[in-house]
Design a protein around this ligand. Structure first.
Ligand code: NAD
Length: 261
């Protein structure tokens, strides 16, 4: 059994579904204690049940909170600190896709909603977790960016702006906090089969969305979508001591999609 996270405390936002859930299960099997944050209490309960199956007895705190609200962020950090005394790893991951539209058809409200959760939420998480990590003199953060944070994808003005911002925050804060023994990295996933991607395919065609998924996969160099577990392995590595010299940078996990012409 892998024990890379024995005695370590990891905080995960968006822990109720998809990449957050898969990462929580992976880290639990490696010995981590977990604080899981999500707007969905049901999602958190589902993840806790998966963890109990995969790694019985894991200490898990379920915290219902909205990452775009600073009072909620202060609360999830305080609750984690109260429960476990420290925060060794932070997967700053909660996000939404928002509606797909041409830029001219984006409402300001929709743009602001996507940016509030995907960018402001990541900023607030950094602001309050880094304070704790600086007091400890150690810690590692992985922010969820996206292919849409390093390339143009189309029909996603709010999402693209927010995810490019997440890459900028990662580079900036990594450069700031390396001197304090803290590393900050981002992942740029693309086409991983989670509820978010299913909803995205349904926006294109609510009936034949599986066919849309097949067409989307056929344009990927690997001719398939990624699995949440594949991302969980990357995040676990990036949060572990084995990735101690990776800082202020973005790692793609998209089957090569963002590299092909
Ligand atoms: P998902 O929809 O399966 O999970 C996202 C979770 O975040 C959900 O449980 C949701 O309830 C939660 N959430 C949403 N808004 C929240 C808020 N305001 N406060 C707290 N929790 C909130 O999506 P996923 O595919 O697992 O995506 C996770 C992250 O990875 C997102 O930031 C997403 O943009 C990014 N990402 C995913 C893919 C992919 O292919 N799946 C690709 C690129 C980037």
């Amino acid at each position: 059994m892998n024990t890379r996270f024995d005695g370590k405390v990891v905080l995960i936002t968006g822990g109720g579904s998809g990449l957050g859930q898969a990462t929580a299960v992976q880290l639990a099997t490696e010995g981590a204690k977990l604080a899981l944050v999500d707007v969905s209490a049901d999602g958190l309960a589902r993840t806790a049940a998966e963890i109990e199956k995969a790694a019985p007895g894991t200490e898990v705190r379920q915290i219902t909170a909205d990452v775009s609200l600073e009072t909620d962020v202060e609360r999830y950090v305080a609750e984690t600190k109260k429960a476990f005394g420290r925060i060794d790893g932070f997967f700053n991951n909660a996000g939404i896709e928002g509606r797909q539209n041409l830029t001219e058809d984006f409402t300001s409200e929709e743009f602001q909603r996507v940016v509030a959760i995907n960018l402001q939420g990541v900023f607030l998480g950094l602001k309050h977790v880094l304070k704790v990590m600086r007091e400890q003199g150690s810690g590692t953060v992985v922010n969820s960016a996206s292919v849409g944070g390093i390339r143009g994808v189309g029909n996603q003005s709010g999402y693209a702006a927010a995810k490019h911002g997440v890459v900028g925050l990662t580079r900036n804060s990594g450069v700031e906090y390396g001197q304090f023994g803290i590393t900050i990295k981002a992942i740029a996933p693309g086409g991983i089969m989670t509820p978010m991607v299913e909803a995205s395919l349904k926006q294109v065609d609510p009936v034949n969305w599986e066919e849309v998924g097949r067409q989307f996969s056929s344009s990927n160099p690997m001719k398939r979508l990624g699995r949440p577990e594949e991302v969980a392995h990357l995040v676990a590595f990036l949060l572990s001591d084995q990735a101690s010299y990776i800082n202020a940078t973005v790692i793609s996990i998209d089957g090569g999609q963002s590299e092909q012409y």
